[in-house]
Ligand binder design. Structure first.
Ligand code: CO8
Length: 371
């Protein structure tokens, strides 16, 4: 039997932060910093910080706002990070709560009850705890029997996670998979960095995957082809490690996301367009045959560039929908948010591509067709 994505879900965090709010906090922080170190700056011993701007952010990235689980600390110039309680024994990490909210919507769309599911895959950029697995906690909380595990590969965690679900179903080792993709990115973002403070937001997505035989959902998309690619690059990097306590004098910005944005743009785009061209050719398709491309949501200029290269013209209407204006970059979730939001107008037999690209480098893609 073919494998289908029979439902998807989206959890939107409670707080929105606009560019203007974020920039106001950053610029107040810069002013404080430059006042505090005025003497050293004047003596040439320390560099003055420059202000950020909403115009730059929107023009360079297409981002207008982002969602956050916790807003107050992020927009407080004296704090500049989300403020929340550490998860202690018996308490539930945010990523589990976020994932369950998205999972419930996906199960509802797919018409599935906990007893129908026998594998839970949580795939995300970060893990709030190394073990026990967040997937196992979600499995317990939803009352699902069978197996559950965590995995991740940064920007392509969502597509690689769904491809893992597809492979487990194809191999017959699972009957119905709940894929959960919580991206609690704000604690991993350096809100004191002008180059990156605007890039990420929090979100969770989820999907149910199963053989077409058992599917009783009107939302189903058949997976026609999957493709994965990785090539080492540390142009996008975080050095945070469970062993960090062993070392003294680690730099303050060690845990955070860092990137060479220009290099990423330049190196990744040719890989992405070649990858998509190859994947479509392997399925005897041309880019023009797709109704829609639900692409990774890191940068609007990057997506427009990729689509233009593939179609030979600018994207029209909802051919390559953008959600990063509202959500910012959500690590691996962007292409799934776009799929969730922009899939209801498909007629049977129409095709589209869910494709992520980013840190690793990694590219993951599922060619799907409306059942
Ligand atoms: N405000 C005002 N000016 C600024 C700001 C700012 N905030 N930031 C930089 N500038 C200035 C620079 O100083 C520079 O000035 P000058 O020309 O005088 O030196 C000028 O603006 C241009 O700077 P850049 O060249 O850096 O600007 P770009 O046009 O390249 O835009 C972007 C920067 C938006 C970062 C862009 O390079 C980009 O998006 N690149 C693609 C990156 C990408 O796709 N990355 C993948 C992201 S990784 C991912 O998706 C998941 C990873 C894991 C998640 C981790 C979660 C925390």
């Amino acid at each position: 039997s073919d494998i289908v994505i029979s439902g998807t879900g989206l959890f939107t965090p409670p707080h929105q932060i606009t560019n203007d709010e974020l920039v106001a906090a950053y610029n107040a922080y810069v002013e404080r910093h430059n006042e505090e170190y005025a003497e050293q700056i004047a003596a040439g011993e320390r560099e003055a910080l420059s202000p950020s701007s909403s115009e730059f952010i929107e023009k360079a990235s297409g981002i207008k706002a982002r969602y956050a689980m916790y807003k107050d600390g992020i927009i407080d110039p004296a704090v500049m990070h989300p403020v929340f309680d550490a998860t202690r024994e018996g308490q539930t990490p945010e990523m589990v709560t976020m994932g369950i909210a998205a999972a419930k919507e996906a199960m509802q769309q797919a018409n599935k009850k906990p007893e129908d599911i026998d594998l839970v895959i949580v795939s995300s950029t970060f893990r709030q705890r190394d073990y026990p697995g967040m997937a196992v906690e979600i499995q317990r909380d939803l009352g699902i029997k069978g197996a559950a595990y965590d995995m991740g590969i940064a920007c392509s965690s969502a597509t690689f996670g769904m491809i893992n679900a597809y492979a487990a179903l194809k191999a017959g080792i699972a009957r119905c998979v709940l894929f959960v993709n919580p991206e609690f990115t704000t604690p991993g973002l350096n809100f004191k960095s002008r180059d990156s403070h605007f890039i990420f937001g929090d979100v969770a997505t989820a999907a149910v995957l199963e053989p077409e035989d058992s599917c009783n959902s009107e939302h189903a998309f058949r997976i026609r082809h999957t493709k994965q690619f990785t090539q080492f690059s540390d142009n996008i990097r975080s050095d945070a490690s469970y062993a960090d306590y062993c070392f003294e004098d680690l730099p303050e910005d060690r845990p955070f996301f860092k990137q060479e944005g220009r290099k990423v743009f330049k190196e990744l785009l040719p890989l992405v367009t070649q990858f998509i061209t190859e994947q479509l050719a392997e399925s005897q398709l041309e880019p023009q045959d797709l109704k829609r491309m639900w692409l990774h949501q890191a940068n609007i200029n990057m997506n427009n560039f990729a689509v233009k290269k593939l179609l030979g013209r600018e994207p029209e209407g909802n051919e390559a929908p953008i959600v990063l204006d509202e959500f910012a970059n959500t690590a691996s979730s962007g292409s799934v948010i776009a799929f969730h939001r922009f899939k209801d107008d498909f007629a049977a037999g129409e095709s589209g591509l869910i494709c992520s690209f980013g840190a690793g480098y990694s590219i993951g893609s599922l060619l799907v067709e409306k059942v």
